[in-house]
Structures are given as C-alpha cells and as structure tokens.
Ligand binder design. Structure first.
Ligand code: TPP
Ligand code: SF4
Ligand code: MG
Length: 313
C-alpha cells in the first residue's frame, strides 16, 4: 500500500502555529481537500495569508459564523467574484505595504466553470494572487453533478451513463494567459507538491496550482485510498504532473508508466466508473491523446526564464 503522506506526521514543530485547517471541521473522512489544506498550511508556515473561498465544499468547511474551522482570515465570495475579491485584497495589501499573500481556494466548479471569467480576467491582468483549484471533478457540495473537470467515463448525477467528453485542460487555459507560474500538484508526491506550493507562494503576479482532490463521497471510493488513487492517476498518465513558467516553458515533473494496470486500478476502485460507463481501452485512448498535446508543448518549450517576466497593470 501507499507510504503515509508527509511521513505520517500531521503536525511538527516546524508547522504553522495556527493550522490553516483546524481540527473538528466537517469535511468528510478521507477528503482530499483536507490533505491539500494541511500541505498548504505547512508551505505557508508563518507568512501572513488571506484566503478567498467561493461557494464549494471548502467554504462549508468553515462552519457557521462566528466560529471558523480556518486558522487564517477567510472571505466567502460568490463563484463569479472569487478572483476579483482576491484582487481587491491583494491591491489593498500592496497599497498598505503589507507583506500578505492572497490565496483563492476554489473547487473545479469555481475554477473551470462558474468562476472562469473572473479567473481569466485576474490572470490576464497578472494580479498578485495565488489561485489554488482543488479538483474533485464534480460539483460535490450540491450532490455530485458533472463539471467540465469531470473525466471521460465518470458517472455523476447528471451523466448517469458516464461522461462522453474529455476533461477540460485547465492548465493549458491558464498557460494561454502567460501567467508567471502554473503547475499541477500530486498529493502522492508530497516533496514535489511542497516545492511547488512554496514556489507559488514566493513568486509575485498571478500563480495557479491545480490539485486532483479525491472525494470519497462523490467518487464512491474508500476514504483511506485517496492518496493511492492519485498515485494511480499519475502513474497511468491520467493526471499529468507538470509546471509551466510564463506560459511558454513546460516541464513534466513525474514521468508516468502509462500502464494499463494503473488505469484499471484507478477505475476499479471507484464506484463512479462502475458498470459499463467506460472501458480501460477507451480511457487509455483519452490519456494518450492528451499526452500527445502535452509532449508537443514540452518539446517546443523555451528555456525557463524565471517566473517574473510579466508586468501587472
Ligand atoms: C452562481 C451559482 N450557481 C450555483 C450555485 C450552487 N452551488 C453551490 S456549491 C456548487 C458546486 C461547487 O462545486 P465545486 O466548485 O467543484 O466545489 P465542490 O463542492 O466540489 O467542493 C454549486 C453548483 C451557487 N452557489 N452559485
Ligand atoms: S463531498 Fe467530497 S469534496 Fe466535499 S467534503 Fe466530502 S469528500 Fe470533501
Ligand atoms: Mg468540485
């Protein structure tokens, strides 16, 4: 089975005194978002952060006002406004000469779909925010409808026979905005993930991180198997782990084996792929198609320029 995440240690003395995600929150057991928040907490350490969270499971996590499960200031926003609200916070911090990192923490619905217009606008202006998308590949909070991040073949409440279109390539969309830094991170590769979180916190301008986030409730999977599912997703090529600087310099950080066994295991351990919704061969075809496009980008990548190349307004 898998190695324990972060060496099996949830907190050490080196961690942030006030964790970003406090104990006693209402996330489902095995929620990938909880792991993501623990890792973000470790990467943030004692920096000052402000977090904007649109409608999604992540804002339900906070619990009822005036209590909060978040150990950092959080603004709850509408879907459409998250990146715009974060822009406002970041500009006020700059105007006041305050060293604050402004994070947006949004689901795939708030990133790929309902929030995309303001994400795109903030990216185009190169606003000084770090946008983190935890992608559970559904609208989890409203009962598991498909989003444009739902993978080919997955059954959801609105695709009961299995989705017939490929997942949107959100990193390519962000790269097309020529943002200073964009990357995908894997919870099954914590060192790479931590390095990218820290880099994304350091760089100024618009940064984007994409994290595949297991959702036992929506994926109909075992809560204890989330990290292993991500490992299979990376190994099979279903979830490419990449890094893009200035929109032009693409690098693959973890080479997949593209093994059929990994696809089979990834599909087989999740009820959302049960029945006749999809075959391993069909999924393999979608994987190879997306890697053709990815290899074309990495092959023509220029040498890294450093992630500070773009002006802001
Ligand atoms: C404009 C708008 N449309 C729809 C909703 C209802 N709604 C609330 S949460 C949610 C799903 C969010 O999905 P995602 O962003 O992927 O986060 P998750 O719940 O999966 O964590 C929806 C559709 C809303 N609050 N606002
Ligand atoms: S529904 Fe999914 S994303 Fe939402 S809290 Fe539960 S496991 Fe996490
Ligand atoms: Mg979601």
């Amino acid at each position: 089975m898998s190695d324990p995440i972060l060496g099996g240690i949830v907190r050490t003395d080196a961690d942030r005194a006030e964790p970003i995600l406090r104990a006693g929150n209402t996330n489902c057991g095995g929620c990938g978002m909880s792991i993501a928040l623990q890792m973000i907490s470790r990467a943030v350490a004692e920096r000052r952060v402000q977090i904007v969270i649109p409608a999604c499971c992540g804002i339900v996590t906070a619990g009822p006002f005036p209590a909060s499960a978040y150990g950092a200031p959080v603004v709850a926003s509408t879907f459409a406004a998250a990146a715009a609200v974060a822009t406002g916070l970041a500009r006020v911090a700059h105007a006041n000469n305050e060293d604050i990192r402004v994070l947006c923490f949004a689901g795939d619905g708030g990133t790929y779909d309902i929030g995309l217009a303001s994400v795109s606008a903030a990216a185009e202006r190169n606003e000084d925010i770090l946008f983190l998308c935890y992608d559970n590949e559904i609208y989890g909070n409203t009962g598991g409808q498909r989003s444009s991040a739902t993978p080919f073949g997955a059954t959801t409440t609105t695709t009961p026979a299995g989705k017939r279109v490929d997942k949107k390539d959100i990193l390519a969309v962000m790269a097309a905005h020529r943002v200073p830094y964009a990357a995908s991170v894997s919870m099954a590769h914590p060192e790479d993930m931590m390095r990218k979180l820290r880099r994304a916190l350091d760089v100024r301008g618009f940064r984007f991180l994409h994290m595949l986030s297991p959702c036992p409730t929506g994926w109909k999977s075992e809560p204890a198997e989330g990290v292993q599912l991500v490992r299979w997703a990376v190994e099979s090529g279903l979830y490419p782990v990449v890094e893009i600087v200035n929109g032009s310099s693409w690098a693959v950080n973890v080479e997949p084996s593209f093994s059929e066994e990994a696809i089979e295991a990834f599909l087989g351990r999740q009820g959302r792929f049960a029945g006749a919704s999809v075959t391993v061969a069909e999924v393999r075809r979608t994987v190879l198609r997306s890697w053709d496009a990815l290899r074309a980008r990495t092959d023509r990548s220029t040498a890294p320029l450093g992630a500070q190349g773009m002006e802001t307004d």
